[in-house]
Design a protein around this ligand. Structure first.
Ligand SMILES: Cc1cc2nc3c(=O)[nH]c(=O)nc-3n(C[C@H](O)[C@H](O)[C@H](O)COP(=O)(O)OP(=O)(O)OC[C@H]3O[C@@H](n4cnc5c(N)ncnc54)[C@H](O)[C@@H]3O)c2cc1C
Length: 454
């Protein structure tokens, strides 16, 4: 058993935990990061396949208004590049393929008008939400009593419109739409600036990727304090006695004064606290669910679809296992990479099949969309964080109906000596890497302040 006694222990070495650690390091405060996995990054995971070919199996995109992410890239000398976004997009409704340019899918006029009205309505409602106090909206109880699914069914006048708006929302929220409260959806939109910002590639959250992948950034951030990170160290119990806290795992025990918790809500719920966390936080933790997403990559010798005038983007209804497709080729286009998102119930069915069947399904879709050239991939790789015990889902924790109005800010509220980070604790870019960084930094500032007062 270790005798080390840092002032602060950070549980979790994702972007949030490492952003918290960076702040403490800069402030000269002793700390230790305990990370369950053998790597940093958590829900960010870059797999290098060969020289020049890497796949971001977790979070990968950043975009305007995610200011901290751009600052961190600059600070660590990492370059960003534009997501490929030129040429024809594909809309696949019931296997009927249409192509269109720009953001407006090719549909009948009534469906288009209906789609525009729903998007505008969501945008307008989201603009009224105070991200610090979503429960304070005069209609908060009404919005929190229904799911996003309810809102979409109520406002969709045509089947095509409903299908397209569903696919868009499933891709943004990464869950079945009956799992998410309308109030949480509005908060999430506002937290990410606007719906347009969440959906768009250009001027949106999908605008840029980092050359070499996202995980190298968190590794660069942690370089100066490598010796203060302990890997393969899941925290199981946290016990407070007097002014000290014991943090315990299977083969370690550390004592500290303050604890920053930066793990996803369902995993926080599994840590045994003595005395227990405040009742409202415990009850809220039990309500959170994680989304379900799979990323499925087909790699080619070159991005052949670009020469044929395709962007590589597609949107599909339930006849396909993939809600959306994106061009995820490396910056230099040395390889061609198409990535399909399978989300919610589609992901559940998809991952019940063996890998050969999964590959065959993506192959079939790509041939349908991009023709014979897609017949000869050099690699197939898929991945879902839902199968990872130390993530238990993604992109992020989802608030079901009644949670915001029932528990307000119970999740992020500190209860000395415990401080809560992780993207779910962020009011800005909640669910995103930017949110994870902001929440980690905020938790460290709270700890520093509290140490000054002790
Ligand atoms: C497929 C996918 C696509 C995404 N796409 C994007 C995107 O393009 N852009 C974007 O901004 N966001 C995206 N996201 C979301 C983004 O990745 C997350 O919001 C962000 O990485 C969360 O960071 P975090 O530090 O809060 O949590 P995590 O990354 O989950 O870090 C928590 C850490 O805690 C560790 N841990 C858990 N339990 C314990 C324990 N008991 N003891 C010790 N350690 C523990 C975990 O191993 C993990 O390393 C995506 C996520 C996924 C999975």
């Amino acid at each position: 058993m270790s005798k080390l006694s840092p002032l602060v222990i950070i549980v979790g070495g994702g972007f949030s935990g490492i952003a918290a650690a960076k702040k403490l390091y800069e402030a000269g405060i002793s700390f230790l990061v305990l990370e369950a996995r053998e790597r940093l990054g958590g829900r960010v995971f870059t797999k290098t396949i060969s020289e020049g070919l890497y796949l971001d199996l977790g979070g990968q995109w950043i975009g305007p208004t995610q200011d901290r992410m751009y600052q961190l890239c600059e600070e660590h000398g990492l370059e960003t590049f534009e997501t490929y976004d030129q040429g024809k997009n594909i809309l696949d409704l019931g296997g009927k393929i249409r192509t269109y340019a720009g953001m407006i899918p090719k549909m009948d006029l009534i469906s288009l008008i209906n789609l525009d009205l729903i998007l505008k309505k969501l945008e307008k409602l989201a603009r009224q939400i105070d991200i610090n106090y979503p429960w304070s909206h005069p209609k908060a109880k009404k919005f929190d009593a229904v799911s996003l699914d309810h809102f979409i069914r109520k406002n969709s006048l045509t089947k095509s419109c409903e299908k397209v708006i569903r696919v868009g929302c499933e891709t943004v929220f990464a869950c079945e739409l009956n799992e998410i409260s309308l109030l949480h959806a509005l908060f999430y939109i506002r937290s990410g600036t606007s719906l347009e910002c969440l959906i768009n590639i250009k001027n949106g959250a999908q605008q840029h990727r980092i050359k070499g992948g996202m995980q190298p950034l968190v590794e660069q951030m942690a370089l100066p304090f490598q010796d203060r990170i302990r890997f393969n160290s899941p925290v199981i119990r946290i016990e407070k006695t007097g002014n000290e806290v014991q943090v315990k795992g299977n083969d370690f025990e550390y004592t500290a004064q303050k604890i920053i918790l930066s793990v996803p809500p369902p995993l926080l719920a599994k840590i045994r606290f003595t005395p227990d966390l405040p009742t409202e936080k415990r009850q809220l933790l039990e309500r959170y669910s994680m989304g379900h997403v799979g990323k499925c990559f087909m790699v080619y010798e070159k991005p052949f679809w670009r020469e044929k005038g395709f962007s590589g983007q597609a949107v599909a209804d339930k006849n396909s296992p993939f809600q959306t497709l994106f061009d995820c080729s490396p910056a230099d286009g040395r390889f061609g990479v198409l990535m399909g998102f399978t989300i919610g119930n589609r992901a559940k069915s998809f991952f019940l099949q063996d890998e050969n069947a999964r590959k065959a399904q993506l192959q079939e879709i790509l041939e349908l969309y991009f023709g014979q050239d897609s017949k000869h991939p050099i690699l197939y790789k898929d991945f879902t964080m839902s199968d990872e015990i130390w993530s238990s889902g993604c992109y992020a924790g989802i608030m079901p109906t009644g949670a915001w109005t029932g528990f307000e800010d119970a999740y992020r509220k500190p209860s000395n000596p415990y401080y809560f980070a992780g993207t779910e604790a962020s009011t800005r870019w909640n669910g995103y890497i930017e949110g994870a960084v902001l929440a980690g930094e905020a938790a460290s500032l709270q700890v520093i302040k509290s140490l000054q007062h002790d």
